[in-house]
Design a protein around this ligand. Structure first.
Ligand SMILES: Cc1cc2nc3c(=O)[nH]c(=O)nc-3n(C[C@H](O)[C@H](O)[C@H](O)COP(=O)(O)OP(=O)(O)OC[C@H]3O[C@@H](n4cnc5c(N)ncnc54)[C@H](O)[C@@H]3O)c2cc1C
Length: 621
């Protein structure tokens, strides 16, 4: 029997956090000074235990049962309540929040690893705490005292949950087209809701939009105040609970509000192909003209505020893609070790070591190719996710404003890559896990098909891959005359030299160095083309550009891992560790020689502006 799936390997976590990314260095920042490696590891060990002992064992059953819509209310899959309680008890809702709001004030780089474990165990189930925490954080950042005391506090404490309520049937990728409306409540007779708004509209795909295991859910909702302009400048953000306090929000923490229905209806349960533990719903606001919402912050800044939650969620989606691919990788690795089939390619060698019969499929070169590709994608993604979260920590907490700004610029550029690479390549990787299982992989008795269904979502929600390609090339790399790109290139160059000093093969270091130049030059060519008015010529291959850029960024991560592996190999280590580090070096070599090498073709394609698909006439499809 294969050993139980570790979901995410503890050794990889320790390697990445402490040998590659030096996470302890974050403890030199005042915000994290109360932490050390021990507190990090304690938290992560609890998350790993919860993932392996509670989340993963419920994963398949939750997929089979799903949530149901009964008389307009959601009935969650069995076990959801207990798992949510366990997530709250672990401190997942407030892990990174400040002590002033009851948080543990952990770095994002640590928190995201806890999420990796749990997402690998049961991704959909992690949606509830993630959404609640992100929604509460919005209220923390932009709400007044009454909204914080009434809503944020209860959400952080696990009493109420939260959602992000953005998408509408007519406004998905293009949120600036939302039509949900907000009408100011002007009640001269002293209504408790004076100053708030009546909300009307329909939302779709709202994950966690209703539930049966908590009394209330608070929707962070985008809507347009009546009379405000069309487009993103007219969008505001509202706090719209399913149940509202009868007397309105109160700044008193002692107040125990009496609640009444707030005219938010569940109109539809989306029948999804995965993530069935987390229902995604159609919501209808104000069918009876009695839905009250409280505006968050300033009118017209809603989309800007919402980007706080969306950007956090984008890193989480990257973590999700990584986690799902990781669980699938470990499953296929274990399977490949025990499944015997066929004879060794080199029969003479096999005979010499007395193996003349069927061999474990891990011995077949092409199975090894698939496994190494998975490993390179999974561990490259994991390193990328941790690196990006680390920049978020520096952007929020580095000591000087310059350092914070520098980290923010790099974070901005890495976010679309961290969101989309683990989703896109994670899907390929998960598909390879199915392939390694052969015909058994194509059956629901085995898990890879379920992970493939789960993984597929990551390229769609929080902005499709297409949208992130447009964002990267159209905004991020050209912003400020390419300043963020230069800062990022500086980091890459420094790490190339560090890898060289550690003893990483010159060939690999040079290959990455060359690609930094190629990507920078290509960006200049495309940017110049756009500035001269040929926007289509610039953007036609934005998706290919995203792939090319991501290949380089992941090569950077592999070079960092290779450097750490060389350092490790130079120490006094046992045979197991030697093999572990050698595996890293081979995966780095694989990524740089095989996947990064594709950048030559991709760069030529982006630069050529090849436009066959733009030219297909309507009747030509
Ligand atoms: C399971 C699930 C959970 C979700 N959870 C939530 C949630 O909790 N809250 C929430 O608010 N939303 C949620 N969403 C919505 C999700 O964010 C949207 O589905 C996504 O943003 C895409 O919007 P759309 O579905 O309307 O597709 P569309 O925007 O119609 O896109 C269709 C296709 O056209 C492409 N396209 C669109 N615009 C352009 C363009 N300008 N240029 C090039 N190509 C373009 C897209 O890339 C895509 O391939 C969820 C969705 C799913 C499936």
């Amino acid at each position: 029997m294969p050993s139980p799936n570790p979901l995410v390997r503890d050794r990889d976590v320790a390697f990445l956090l402490y040998e590659v990314h030096r996470a302890e260095r974050l403890c030199t920042l005042p915000a994290f000074a109360h932490h050390d490696r021990e507190t990090f590891d304690l938290y992560l060990a609890s998350a790993a235990k919860l993932a392996r002992e509670r989340f993963f064992p419920t994963f398949k059953a939750m997929d089979e049962h799903g949530a149901k819509l009964v008389d307009g209310r959601v009935e969650n899959a069995p076990g959801t309540a207990e798992l949510y309680d366990a997530a709250v008890e672990l401190g997942l809702l407030t892990a990174t929040r400040s002590e002033s709001v009851g948080g543990a004030q952990l770095p994002e780089a640590i928190s995201v690893v806890a999420f990796l474990y749990l997402m690998a165990g049961n991704a959909g189930m992690v949606g509830y705490p993630l959404l609640t925490s992100g929604a509460a954080h919005l209220i923390e950042s932009f709400g007044d005292d009454a909204l914080k005391a009434t809503f944020m506090r209860r959400m952080y404490e696990g009493e109420w949950t939260g959602t992000m309520s953005l998408t509408e049937p007519g406004a998905g990728s293009s949120l600036s087209d939302i039509t949900s409306s907000a009408t100011a409540i002007e009640d001269p007779e002293g209504s408790p809701f004076a100053g708030a708004y009546k909300i009307r509209g329909s939302k779709i795909f709202i994950s966690g939009g209703d539930l049966d295991f908590r009394d209330n859910v608070v929707h962070l909702t985008l809507a347009r105040r009546v009379g405000d302009p069309a487009g993103s400048k007219g969008i505001s953000l509202f706090v719209v609970p399913r149940l509202r306090p009868k007397t309105g929000p109160s700044a008193s923490e002692d107040a125990e509000p009496e609640l009444e229905f707030n005219d938010v209806h569940t109109s539809q349960l989306i029948h999804k192909i995965g993530w069935k533990g987390l229902p995604s719903l159609g919501l209808s606001y104000g069918e009876n003209d009695d839905c009250v919402g409280w505006i968050l912050g300033e009118p017209g800044h809603g989309l800007r505020y919402m980007f706080q939650m969306m950007n956090e969620a984008r890193i989480s989606v990257g973590a999700n893609g990584t986690a799902t691919a990781s669980a699938a990788y470990h499953e296929s690795l274990a399977y490949a070790r025990v499944r015997t089939q066929g004879r060794a390619l080199d029969r003479a060698k096999a005979k010499a070591r007395g193996a003349s019969g069927p061999v474990p499929i891990i011995e077949h070169p092409d199975v090894r190719r698939m496994l190494l590709r998975q490993k390179a994608i999974v561990e490259g993604s994991m390193s990328l996710v941790i690196a990006t979260a680390g920049y978020a920590d520096l952007a929020g907490h580095a000591e000087g404003p310059d350092e914070r700004q520098r980290a923010q610029s790099i974070l901005d550029i890495l976010t679309p890559i961290t969101k989309s690479f683990p989703a896109e390549r994670g899907f390929e990787s998960t598909s390879l896990a199915l392939q390694i299982h052969g015909g058994y992989g194509y059956s629901s008795e085995y898990l890879p098909e379920l992970w493939m269904r789960e993984q597929r979502l990551n390229s769609i929600h929080e902005g499709t891959t297409t949208i992130h390609g447009l964002d990267l090339l159209g905004r991020k790399v050209v912003a400020g005359g390419g300043r963020a790109l230069s800062l990022l290139a500086e980091e890459l160059r420094a790490d190339v030299e560090d890898a060289r000093r550690c003893g990483v093969d010159d060939e690999l270091c040079e290959a990455v160095k060359l690609e930094i130049v190629r990507v920078t030059e290509l960006t200049m060519v495309l940017g110049t083309r756009g500035m001269s008015g040929d926007v289509t010529g610039m953007m036609a291959h934005s998706a290919d550009y995203l792939t090319l850029f991501s290949n380089l960024i992941v090569a950077w991560q592999w070079l960092r891992m290779a450097g750490a592996a060389c350092r490790g190999l130079g120490g006094d280590i046992d045979g197991e560790s030697t093999e572990y580090y050698r595996g890293k070096l081979e995966a780095a070599r694989y990524w740089i020689r095989t996947e990064l090498a594709d950048n030559v073709r991709l760069a030529a394609l982006c630069e050529s502006g090849e436009d066959s698909y733009l030219k297909v006439p309507d009747g030509g499809w």
